[in-house]
Each structure stands twice: as C-alpha cells, then as structure tokens.
Design a protein around this ligand. Sequence first.
Ligand code: ADP
Ligand code: ADP
Length: 230
Amino acid sequence: QSAVEVNRVCYRYGDREALRDITFSVQARTKMALMGPNGAGKSTLISLLNGLEQPSTGTVTVLGQGTGAEGGRRGPLAGSRVGVVYQDPDDQIFSTTVGEDVAFGPRNQGLGEEEVEDRVRDALEAVGIADLRGRSPFELSYGQKRRVAIAGVLAMKPTIVVLDEPMAFLDPKGRDDLQSMLEAMHLMGITLIVATHDVDFAAEWADQVLILKQGRLLVSGGPDLLFDDA
Ligand code: ADP
Ligand code: ADP
C-alpha cells in the first residue's frame, strides 16, 4: 500500500519553479532518504507532504487522500497523519515545560486529558526523555530539544514522519541516538522520510533514495544507486 503518491507535481513561488513535474510513490513503512543540494526543492516538497502548501499543478495523495485542491482543504487529519520534525528544534518548541510541549499536539487534536496523558508519557519514553518532563525545553541541549520535537510529533500518532536534516549539528553520540530513534519509529510501523545531505547515512539506512536537483527528480530507487560501482 502506498503511503504517499506524488503525481506530476509542480510548485512555483511566483514565477520561480521550485518543483518541476515530480512523480514518485512511497510504500508504507519505507525508510526514504530525500537528497539533493541546497535549493533542490526538498523543503518545498516537505511542505506539500504535510499539506502546509498545495501543488501549483499535479496531485499529492497521502494515505489515499488528496492533500491538494482535489482532496478538499487540509483538515486536522492531514496534518496529524504526517508529522514533520524541522531542522531547528527551536522552530517547533513553544511551551514552558517539556510535558506541556508534547501535550500540545494531541490536545489540539481534541483528545481528552487522559488520552493526552497516555500519549505524552509514551512519546517521552519512546525518545528516552521521561525524566525531562518538568523541565523548561529552552534550557536543554540541542540533542535533547531534538528529542522533545520528535516526542511532540510522535504524540500525534502520525503514520508518516518527515525529518528535515536531522543529522545536522549532531556529534557521533547524537547521531547514534538519532539512528536508534529512527529505528524505534520504523518498528512502530511509521513511514520515514529523511531529508539529508549525508550520503553515507542514506546509503546505509534508506531502502529508497530520491534525489532532487533544481526542482527536478534526478533519480528514485534503491540505495545501491549511491554506490560508486552502481
Ligand atoms: P531545499 O530545501 O532543497 O534547499 P527549497 O525547497 O528550500 O530547497 O527551495 C527550492 C527553491 O525554491 C530554491 O530555488 C529556493 O530559492 C526557492 N524558494 C524557497 N522558498 C521560497 C520562497 N518563500 N519564495 C521564493 N522562492 C523560494
Ligand atoms: P543545511 O544542513 O540544510 O545545509 P545549513 O547548514 O545551511 O543547513 O544551516 C541551516 C540553519 O541552521 C542555518 O540558519 C543555521 O544558522 C542554523 N544553525 C547553525 N548551527 C546551528 C546549531 N548548532 N543549532 C541550531 N541551528 C543551527
């Protein structure tokens, strides 16, 4: 079953073409690496996947439902099925405590306080920061903030999680931790899309690799396409 289908998508900022005739699909539970140089269109594509932006032409279908004009307006469902972990955790951390921050999403989904409590506890445990619950997220390290951001996404029980450059600015220990969190999310059955510049990581981790350049899809295929002798 396809988690994501992108069909002949173009996206323009004014007359600047950020995505040009992009077509690909992602099967459920795939680990996909989204690659390409700066300006290739990765961030734009991520905004289309979570319904924040609509394609100028073409269609984006997430779990069988259109996020664009054909699918109607973006409902609360579209946003909660695709969770996005942005590159800079400070862009998605707002509350005075870690617990409140992680509770924000499920509360916004209209869940009762008991369910919200369960979601927060499970999400904090999943990323290994149950002990930070009462802390202010702003006084945490970069790696800890990243965990708070991931917990906030997991608390909404997304089917698909997109991470934008999650390896950037992490030391080797932080990268190991992040890999463990990715593996945990994979085991939860989540489809993972990771935007990354890190070829070694993509070659080792991904089972599908998509390379964009100047808004065009260069290639989509298995990670073997990243090897020199492929
Ligand atoms: P990437 O994430 O791969 O670096 P982006 O999706 O951010 O690529 O950008 C794709 C193209 O769209 C680039 O040429 C960029 O300059 C342009 N772009 C991105 N955001 C805007 C914007 N808000 N207004 C105009 N052009 C934009
Ligand atoms: P990319 O990895 O996509 O090439 P850049 O290296 O251009 O991204 O940096 C992306 C943004 O992250 C920049 O605006 C930069 O200022 C910011 N940034 C740089 N260092 C850090 C850090 N240690 N923590 C958080 N953000 C940082």
